[in-house]
Design a protein around this ligand. Structure first.
Ligand SMILES: [Fe+2]
Length: 153
């Protein structure tokens, strides 16, 4: 069973798609639309990070006893990506195409490297170690990713 890997990797693809919509708007010079699309993308990324940091990673850490392993690295990268997201947002606010292009490229490279590590290493480890909890875990991840405030049980 690779239920966690499939679910989380699928949401990575969703986020990628939302960023493509931002890119298309910028290329068309539609700055207002770009900001709207970016807000959707940023929300999806934030919810994804929150689902991992508040739910998936703590369960992984408790099940494996690995508190300073891969989840620590991923949390650090989330912090870097939050900063990069803020940089892209201010470039869009300023309608600065050059600043936007530079900061979005840095973000994209970081996202790709981060997602590969999660999809090839961390999520499969989660599937392995959390197999008996997956039925309870998936609805919780789903509601976090959807941005619902409900605390998962
Ligand atoms: Fe992550």
């Amino acid at each position: 069973m690779r239920a966690i890997t499939e679910f989380m990797a699928n949401h990575h693809r969703c986020c990628d798609g939302l960023l493509v919509a931002v890119e298309q708007a910028v290329v068309s010079g539609a700055w207002e639309r770009a900001r709207t699309e970016f807000a959707r993308f940023q929300d999806a990324m934030r919810h994804h990070f929150t689902a991992e940091e508040s739910l998936l990673f703590p369960l992984f850490e408790q099940s494996t006893g690995m508190y300073r392993g891969p989840t620590q690295v991923m949390r650090g990268e989330h912090g870097q990506m939050r900063q990069l997201l803020a940089g892209v947002a201010s470039a869009l606010d300023a309608r600065d195409g050059e600043d936007y292009a530079g900061s979005v490229e840095t973000l994209l490279i970081m996202m790709q490297q981060h997602n590969i590590k999660e999809e090839n290493v961390l999520y499969p480890m989660c599937d392995q170690h959390l197999a008996d909890q997956v039925d309870a875990l998936l609805p919780g991840l789903q509601s976090q990713i959807a941005g619902e405030e409900r605390v998962p049980t």
